[in-house]
Design a protein. Sequence first.
Length: 434
Amino acid sequence: MADKVYISGAKPLRGEVQIGGSKNSTLAIMAACLLVPGEVRLSHVPAIGDIRTMAAMLAALGARVERRGHEMCIDATCFRAAEAPEELVRKMRASFYVLGPMLARWGRARAALPGGCDIGTRPVDYHMRGLRALGAEVEIDRGFITARTRGLTGGRIYLDFPSCGATSHLMTTACLARGVTTIENAASEPEITDLAEFLTRMGAQIHGQGTSTITVQGVDRLHGGEYTVVPDRMEAGTYAVAAAITGGAVTLRGVVPEHLQPVIMKMREMGVSLTSRTALDPYDSELRVHAAGRPKAVDILAMPHPGFPTDMQQPVMALLSLCEGSAVITDRVFESRFKYVAELRRMGADIRLDGRTAVVRGVEKLTGASVRATDLRAGAALIVAALAARGDSEISGLEHLDRGYEDMSRKLSALGAEIERTATTRPMPAAVEA
């Protein structure tokens, strides 16, 4: 029987929570390790489902992968495979990012079209055109992509949309191409910068990360080394929203404030108090969140960095469902990211959808209900909503949540939440009256 989370809500969160390493950075870095004929040691690797899937992918391709706690060692010296296992690629989109490194190392690669959360169209066209610009022959047939080359060469790549996945995939692949590669309209997310810094530490020559134009000077080979993954801004943002929606006071340890700036600014507009303390080690930096009273309605436009992150619009919608007034949330990144709204409505939220836009009319209270996560960040939104709801909530679909959040139930419990994760079904009480 699949696990469920049971939450008895309306209890302020208080205390301190440690934020782990970035899921998206770690996945991109792990794929990039296939370029390295040597040992790479990574620190602050999150213990989550997606990381386990990528570790299984690298091992299936012939790399040695060892893990101890939040440390991981990857050695791709003996990696020889040129085809990614179909079941792993279809399980998680980031598994597809091994295609370029396989191609760069061995001149051929084959992978199934990727899977992952059902949040809308995420075409691989940008990846395919980019690989062709580097001199590869790329074909797609019956759900598989096959790429071949006699040697990658630098080229000019223009992305129609600043896709984070395509930028990281193509930037990684270009590291071993002869000559200079320029990626224009590149994504500028902190995870792109983190990946570029990792590759540079391993001997790559990359410039312009964090801007819309990235330049890669190809090198003959990379070398092993050590690297610490940047903290996860989405995990930090989720706990910040959880503190705010419960009217709590929580200190987040392991936050890079500038990575969360759009979220911090919007939460301040809502009336939430956020103060930061920066340390030399980002895992010692802090963000203090304190909230009292209902949040004020603010509009949200989710768009590529440095805009408001699409991965945070779901938890923030839960917060805005209790706001004073009405808010408009628009997502310009993915067109199907509002599937979870029906579940929030079951808890009493007043939300109207119109394509990529949601109009949220604030209500005075949410009520506990039985709901199901439809994707990773939707699961976070339902957890956040249940923490503020009156009465008990039952949340299923945790396989999505486990892909991106480590020990969420334990961390929330340490902050004072009444939360239990169990495979045992328990009866839901009658709805709580006003």
